[in-house]
Design a binder for this molecule. Structure first.
Ligand code: OXD
Length: 311
């Protein structure tokens, strides 16, 4: 079996896959085209179009990340080749760390202290009980559920939302449009971990952002398309005039890298991070990739992604 690997640390993936599957030929995407051709499997994160277009006999594609939006938009993606994606694979914990950092940032007024420091202003703020700081998590897939549980275990009441009904121990789960409005009206921080699909694009638009309580914050480690960025900027107000929302921690944007002139870079109450919340951790993900390859080879039925649904 031949596997082509494309990801930032491809050489490490190549070594780990070669060790686990000595019968396989594993090449990285920067190998000469001659060595890459006629692969059976492509294990890739954000593969360039040519890597897909040059393959004639792929038996499966393993998306080395959680979201498949980038892959599904890649020109030349063969329609008939089954695609599997990583499910949690260590990304849940990384994402939970990122979100917990964001929740604590606003909960413990770190945003206010950062602004106060620019004026040498010594002004402590009171700390409310965690029970008074409900957090909303939009998206209860493998990673969203992990995050929701982690935030709940850290002591915050969590309200989760998904398109269809779900249950999660310790988390109040809502669904549908009414459920979303109910969640938004109650939470101090809203976290977006939904996939980028036709149904989720712009889900946090001006109208929905206005349903959040005055002074709420937004944490988006999911996808940039989930939030109307102009509506978010409007809701945040400007340097002198605080708007309806207090601040935002954003890891993903409608255009990445975020263009250097984008107003989100300059906003004093926005923290921009460069899509780093949950990079695929090789050590946690490798076993899942190997089991996918073995299952493909033995003809086992796999849960593949649904390109029409977008996840
Ligand atoms: C992912 C990501 O989808 O890191 O895995 O964005």
């Amino acid at each position: 079996m031949k596997i082509v690997v494309h990801i930032n640390d491809a050489a490490e993936w190549q070594a780990a896959l070669s060790e686990a599957l000595p019968e396989a030929t594993v090449v990285t995407s920067d190998a000469p085209a001659e060595e890459r051709k006629n692969a059976d499997y492509l294990a890739a994160w954000k593969a360039p179009a040519h890597l897909l277009q040059e393959q004639a006999q792929l038996k499966g594609i393993i998306n080395l990340g959680a979201g498949v939006d980038y892959l599904l938009k890649t020109p030349g993606l063969p329609k008939e080749v089954p695609i599997v994606k990583l499910r949690d694979a260590g990304m849940g914990e990384l994402m939970a760390d990122y979100v917990l950092y964001g929740v604590l940032h606003f909960y413990r007024s770190m945003d206010r202290y950062a602004l106060q420091q620019t004026n040498a202003n010594w002004q402590p703020h009171s700390v409310v009980e965690k029970s008074q700081w409900p957090v909303g998590v939009l998206g209860l897939g493998a990673i969203g559920s992990f995050v929701a549980s982690a935030i709940q275990q850290a002591g915050f009441p969590v309200v989760g939302w998904s398109r269809t009904p779900k249950t999660l121990t310790g988390v109040r789960c809502l669904h549908g449009d009414d459920g979303l409005d109910e969640l938004l009206s109650q939470v101090q921080s809203v976290v977006t971990i939904l996939p980028d699909t036709a149904a989720t694009q712009g889900i946090l638009n001006a109208e929905r952002l206005s349903k959040l309580p005055q002074g709420a914050s937004v944490i988006n480690p999911g996808r940039g398309s989930l939030i109307d960025e102009q509506a978010l900027l409007d809701a945040l107000g400007n340097e002198t005039q605080t708007g309806h929302l207090r601040g935002a921690l954003l890891d993903v944007f409608s255009e990445e890298p975020l263009p250097s002139r984008h107003p989100l870079w300059q906003h004093p109450r926005v923290i921009v991070t460069p899509h780093m919340a949950a990079p695929t951790p090789l050590n946690d993900a490798i076993d899942q990739v190997i089991s996918y390859l073995r299952a493909f080879e033995s003809g086992e039925k796999l849960t593949t992604i649904n390109p029409d649904a977008g996840y």
